[in-house]
Write a protein that binds this ligand. Structure first.
Ligand code: GLA
Length: 392
């Protein structure tokens, strides 16, 4: 399907000013799950799916939002003088939150805007459609009003929207991957210092396939916040005997030596996942740099195993897909990606086996869960930016 953004804008609004177009991708996480809010390492990449926003400045102080993905909600209107969260504004709370925090950290915007959004990231699939809409709004406002906001600051504002405006206690990974993504590269990010390095993703005869469970992530936000609280509790138990800032600073040796001070067995498992996942992430980066895809694949598998048994965020759907992938001869590694509780898995699949792979996953998944899986090839793209092409 092609979408002509100029034409769509004209159907909804009256163009009175020069229209400009911005894009922010979604992301996959190669490895390093639930480590970001523990100040550990993550290794995500921006993908070629994302959110487009075409906009103009208005002459008054109104903000008018429209999404081609939610035509039923029509134009959602508010005023720059009241950017508070409103339940009835639904998806538009993401851009509203971003605009509100940009104003707070820069200047009050002189005029309102008409903005039309279009996203091709499957909704609720755990590929960060919400961070993508936050970041596209960020680069758009920055560009339209010449604010020259530092990219790191914009990323932090995106996370603040999620944490304070929407109320999900997420880490920095999604906004960072989307804000700093680079075509054909993964980003190894130290979530404590925000130091990062790019690694070229050269997969030779392999492709990264994204597999969507297509199940609603019910209670994902509350379970996510619960995991985070369990990690905080484990940290505070460990701090009785160790001088430690975060679980991300804990070595495997220290964990083994002191794990008995963690009061609760469940919290101990959560901490174990974080410590080992952090170390796997650093190792995975090294292996990918060396071009050792076999070793990389094995680390992906270990990551899933740990997310399944110790962090307990996978569930029947993701496990069925990943375990079936592990048994396929063309697969070097597979794991869930993102927060879990549904959403997507990724697999490193030999190119000439992709068709057969999809067929097998589709069949087994349907038989075991009654659901249909969808598949996308992950093309690794650039981070959020202005674009000129209006037909996509
Ligand atoms: C979600 C959050 C991220 C990260 C992942 C799990 O995507 O938004 O900050 O915590 O889950 O790794």
């Amino acid at each position: 399907m092609t979408v002509d953004l100029f034409k769509e804008f004209d159907n909804v609004f009256t163009a009175i000013d020069k229209l400009r177009i911005f894009f922010a991708p979604g992301r996959i996480n190669l490895i390093g799950e639930h480590t970001d809010y523990n100040q550990g390492h993550v290794f995500p990449a921006a993908i070629s799916f994302g959110t487009y926003a075409i906009a103009q400045k208005r002459q008054d102080k109104k903000l008018c939002f429209y999404s081609l993905n939610f035509p039923e909600t029509g134009i959602i209107e508010c005023d720059l003088n009241d950017l508070s969260y409103k339940q009835e504004h639904g998806w538009a709370n993401f851009p509203k939150g971003m605009i509100s925090y940009i104003e707070e950290s820069t200047i009050p915007l002189p005029t309102g805007m008409d903005i039309l959004f279009y996203g091709d990231i499957p909704n609720g699939a755990g590929l960060s459609s919400s961070a993508s809409i936050e970041m596209v709004t960020g680069v758009l406002v920055d560009g339209l009003f010449d604010l020259h906001i530092d990219r790191h600051d914009l990323i932090l504002l995106g996370q603040k929207v999620e944490n304070k405006y929407i109320g999900v206690n997420s880490g920095i990974m999604d906004q960072f991957a989307i804000g700093k993504g680079k075509k054909d590269h993964g980003i190894l990010l130290n979530c404590q210092t925000l130091d990062y390095k790019y690694a070229p993703i050269q997969l030779d005869n392999y492709s990264i396939i994204i597999i969507n469970t297509n199940i609603q992530r019910i209670l994902a936000a509350s379970k996510y916040n619960e995991r985070r609280a369990q990690c905080e509790q484990a940290l505070s138990d460990l701090q009785i005997v160790l001088s430690l800032e975060s679980l991300g600073n804990l070595t495997i040796g220290q964990f083994e030596q002191h794990k008995h001070v963690i009061q609760n067995k469940v919290n101990e498992k959560r901490a174990k996942h974080v410590v080992f996942e952090n170390s796997r992430t650093l190792e995975a980066f090294k292996q990918l740099e060396k071009g050792n895809l076999n070793a990389f694949g094995l680390l992906m598998n270990e990551s899933h195993q740990s997310l399944q048994s110790d962090y307990e965020v996978t569930g029947l759907e993701l496990d069925t897909i990943v375990h079936t992938a592990w048994g396929h001869p063309g697969v070097l590694g597979a794991r869930m990606t993102g927060a879990g509780f549904g959403g997507c898995a990724i697999a490193l699949v030999e190119k000439n086996q992709v068709t057969q792979f999809k067929q097998q996953i589709r069949e087994v998944y349907h038989k075991k869960t009654g659901n249909e899986a969808s598949f996308y090839i992950a093309a690794i793209g650039d981070g959020a930016k202005e674009i000129t092409e209006g037909v996509i």
